[in-house]
Design a protein around this ligand. Sequence first.
Ligand code: FMN
Length: 201
Amino acid sequence: MLQIWRLLLICTAGVLAVPAAGSSADSATIIHVLVAYHSSSGNTEKMAEAVAEGVRLVPHTEVMVRRVGHVTAEELFAADAIVLGSPVYWSNMASEVKAFIDDWQFKFGVFPEFKLKNKVGAAFATGGQISSGKEFTMLSILAAMLGNYMITVSGGGAFGASATTEGNSPGIDEQEISNARELGRRVADVAGAVKRGLERQ
Ligand SMILES: Cc1cc2nc3c(=O)[nH]c(=O)nc-3n(C[C@H](O)[C@H](O)[C@H](O)COP(=O)(O)O)c2cc1C
């Protein structure tokens, strides 16, 4: 009889000592990344797809790629991270992208609660010329994100990933695609760390 009790005790201790597979908060957390962009001739769209590829390299992520005008309130608020891409128009972001950012208030009413607070934000851009506004375009996007109390990150470049598409450039090259993937991967990594950290609070 004593032997049976001893056996039962050992088995119970063993079960308690081994965490059930997939039961930890970390492994259950899915990171939702929204990649939103404007593109007239396909360049920024190509970078958006590469950003999404980078996100997919990180386990437990779901990525949604959307043109800025097509993002719904549900998609915006479900995202743990928003990566926003624009072509450079006159050294700044395209009006479609700015309209999308303004819609965070006009359509989605983010203020005064700061509903995008603590979401991770990042930017990417394509421009015709080597030095004619890509960095400023990304910084303008990041500035709007900071104004929304988002946590901005770079990657694939100091301010985000970018590509040169005209002039002497043969178009978006492998290095630029790889930078865009790197940005997506970093965004997913940071968003995961932030989400898990917030869940523990
Ligand atoms: C109205 C307009 C303004 C532009 N201004 C700039 C500019 O200031 N600097 C730059 O590098 N490229 C400029 N471009 C080129 C685009 O940024 C570039 O072709 C971009 O890759 C287009 O992206 P898309 O193919 O996603 O539409 C301009 C293009 C247009 C149509």
